[in-house]
Unconditional design. Structure first.
Length: 361
């Protein structure tokens, strides 16, 4: 088959379509989904922990959009998680106990917070930007602590109930409904983020991360694109916060704390930035190890996590997902050494494999 170069007018389509195809659900997606299903059937005693893991995966995905795909540094991502949590709790307390409407309320409020703070935060870069994100989160934390008549302060927002999901599935004390509910929301969020990062908008944002000046010269409105992604990521973090408020029936000030922002950064560092799989793997490893190490040694469990982070940064600077990629590449190279096949690379990065043929004299 001959290889022809695409016309310049179709260049955009030629790059976008392969990008969308490249991120179709694959083997790793199937493994993660099977692990989630197996957890439901074979780990009844750990469904509460598993539900927290699913919520943190959503939270880590939202941070990965901001930091990994757009290059926006932040130390205050918990501002959106906590905003969504308080919005969902107050919505259930004063408006409606419907969980899906509560998710929407959490996403909308967090998006508004992201839009307002993003206008300020995204005007600067570097250390100033990091400090501004921390300031915004700290201000929200203090506002939540002062407004005790609304948030109940240090006591936590309680007293609300959550209606059955879709009017049929009630939240039980064993956590079955909460787990399936969180898993369904995670699947929707994951598919949305997969579509987003591989859409023309997402590819443009990646270009801004690599070279904002060049993208500006190409006519891209860099500031607007960054603000749009920041707001979308805030909405997803709000969904995670709303889920936490609904399955736990309490919203504490910790949802706005610096500790939560730092934890999700560690999750992303463990898993690897700029890869959705990395956010998922990092959240799983961090949450599970935190629970198990704390159960073994409640005093020094943070030290063990610190050692793990140092080891990962030293030997896998691109995170756990980088180790997975290198293992897959090694397996691929081993297959290419098969003497029955000859692989040749062409200029268009295509590979043609030809089997041994009989040569007649």
């Amino acid at each position: 088959m001959s290889h022809t170069n695409p016309l310049p007018s179709a260049a955009g389509t030629t790059h976008v379509v392969p990008a969308l195809r490249r991120k179709r659900l694959g083997a790793l997606d199937a493994v993660l989904l099977l692990a989630a299903v197996a957890t439901y059937f074979f780990a009844d005693l750990y469904l509460a922990l598993a539900t927290s893991v699913l919520i943190m995966i959503i939270f880590a995905l939202s941070l990965d959009l901001v930091q990994g795909y757009c290059g926006i540094e932040t130390l205050g991502h918990a501002a959106f998680f906590g905003s969504g949590a308080y919005a969902a709790g107050l919505f259930a307390l004063h408006v409606s106990p419907d969980p899906l409407l509560g998710l929407v309320a959490g996403a909308v409020v967090a998006a508004l917070v992201g839009l307002v703070t993003g206008i300020v935060v995204l005007r600067v870069s570097g250390l100033t930007q990091i400090m501004l994100t921390l300031v915004c989160a700290t201000l929200l934390y203090e506002a939540g602590n002062v407004a005790k008549s609304i948030t109940m302060g240090d006591d936590g927002l309680t007293g609300y109930t959550i209606a059955p999901v879709l009017g049929k599935f009630e939240f039980d004390i064993y956590g079955h409904t909460a787990y399936l509910y969180a898993l369904a929301v995670l699947l929707v969020v994951y598919l949305f983020t997969q579509f987003l990062v591989n859409s023309p908008f997402g590819l443009t944002v990646k270009g801004i991360r690599e070279n904002a000046t060049r993208m500006s010269l190409l006519g891209v409105r860099v500031g607007l694109r960054r603000l749009m992604l920041y707001t979308l990521a805030a909405a997803l973090a709000g969904v995670a916060g709303a889920l936490s408020a609904q399955v736990n029936n309490i919203v504490a000030l910790d949802t706005l704390s610096f500790t939560l922002s730092a934890n999700v950064l560690v999750m992303l560092a463990l898993g690897g930035t700029g890869r959705l799989y990395g956010a998922a793997l990092g959240a799983i490893v961090f949450m599970v190890l935190s629970d198990r190490i704390a159960a073994i040694d409640p005093t020094n469990w943070l030290a063990a996590l610190g050692v793990l982070l140092i080891v990962v940064v030293r030997f896998a600077p691109d995170g756990l997902i980088g180790l997975v990629d290198r293992f897959a590449a090694r397996v691929s190279r081993a297959r290419r050494r098969d003497p029955r096949a000859i692989v040749t690379d062409t200029i268009g990065n295509t590979q043609a494999t030809t089997t041994d043929k009989e040569v007649t004299p």
